[in-house]
Write a protein that binds this ligand. Structure first.
Ligand code: GDP
Ligand code: MG
Length: 171
């Protein structure tokens, strides 16, 4: 893991957090490899990297993306991944309300308690391709995001919808 002082001006460390099964690994695969593989459950945490040109400034940044497991038994370990992060992507599954509640009850509090003060947060509703099963609305996602000074987006790793936007906003 890179320490703060090793990071250059153009590097950003981003952590993906959220319950198991919401699609964190799938979103990262889509962004890094443009693929939608049959993701296996993540054990521990795994880093990925990709460069990205920012639309607003034309600046090229190097993203170091950490896929952190959502399994309960690892929750106590996850803060070592976000304590020096620049951005956090909090993912829920739009078809499973409990994964949204879990961001509100656990992940956001963790981040605000133990994360860096200026960390940028994105609230991401994944699996927006299954609209008929959508149980969490855009409005409540927006309310939750605004309340925590976060950005928000509904995305789909499967259909490759809106995924670049997540990173553009964090850059
Ligand atoms: P993780 O535990 O958060 O890393 O979740 P995974 O990336 O392993 O995905 C869990 C399951 O959800 C897998 O069966 C994926 O194929 C499925 N999945 C992930 N993203 C999407 C999506 O955008 N749409 C749909 N329909 N399924 C998805
Ligand atoms: Mg995973």
């Amino acid at each position: 893991m890179l320490e703060e002082e090793d990071k250059t001006d153009n590097e950003r460390k981003i952590v993906f957090l959220g319950d198991a099964g919401v699609g964190k690994t799938s979103l990262i695969s889509r962004f890094v490899n443009d693929s939608f593989p049959n993701a296996k459950p993540t054990i521990g945490a795994k880093p990925f990297s990709r460069s990205l040109q920012l639309n607003q400034s034309n600046k090229n940044i190097q993203l170091q993306i950490w896929d952190v497991t959502g399994q309960d038994k690892f929750r106590s370990l996850t803060n070592m991944y976000y304590r020096d992060a620049d951005g956090a992507v909090l993912v829920f599954d739009v078809t499973r309300r409990e994964t949204f509640e879990s961001l509100k009850d656990f992940w956001i509090k963790e981040l605000l308690d133990k994360g860096p003060e200026n960390i940028q947060i994105a609230i991401i509703g994944n699996k927006c391709d299954i609209t008929e099963k959508e149980v969490v609305t855009m409005k409540e996602t927006q309310d939750f995001a605004l309340h925590n000074k976060a950005t928000y987006k509904f995305v789909s790793a499967k259909k490759n919808l809106n995924i670049n936007d997540i990173f553009q906003k964090l850059g």
